[in-house]
Design a protein around this ligand. Structure first.
Ligand code: HEC
Length: 122
């Protein structure tokens, strides 16, 4: 009986962690990117598991075609992701009204976050 109870609490614990970032295999740089993204407040808009919120999802985004407010569209690749993080007022997407704030991330930090975002599309 005691063993059953233990199993139950272990299952409950697993159930409580579902809102965490996806358990994907991360390279060291991508793992650091995840940490940086969590520390930099990105999840408040992009979602606790980066599945989207007031900002777009990061999951499966690489290779997607996205529509911009000016009427153009573009395909999400590494360059697009880097530009979007370094210059949040570029690439204004249709369907999003909040404004992404500027950040103080270095180029190396942006690169690690982009490694993480790319891992979410693998
Ligand atoms: C206040 C909300 C908010 C916060 C905080 C925020 N973002 Fe965004 N982000 C957005 C919105 C909204 C867009 C969509 C582009 C647009 O219309 O400005 C976006 C777009 C992006 C994109 C491009 C993805 C796409 O689909 O176009 C990336 C990459 C990104 N953000 C990364 C980050 C990172 C990294 C951080 C943390 C340092 C961050 N964002 C913090 C709201 C936010």
């Amino acid at each position: 009986m005691r063993r059953l109870l233990f199993l139950f609490s272990a299952l409950t614990f697993v159930g409580c962690t579902t809102a965490q970032p996806l358990a994907v295999d991360l390279s060291p740089t991508a793992a650091n990117g995840l940490k940086l993204a969590q520390q930099s407040g990105c999840a408040s808009c992009h979602g606790s598991d980066f599945g989207g919120g007031t900002g777009p999802t990061w999951q499966g985004i690489v290779g997607q075609t996205v529509a911009f407010k000016g009427g153009e569209s573009g395909v999400v690749d590494r360059e697009y992701l880097i530009e979007s993080i370094k210059y949040p007022d570029k690439n204004k997407r249709v369907g999003y009204s909040v404004v992404m704030p500027y950040n103080n991330l270095t180029d190396a930090e942006v690169s690690d976050i982009v490694d993480y975002i790319e891992a979410l599309s693998n």
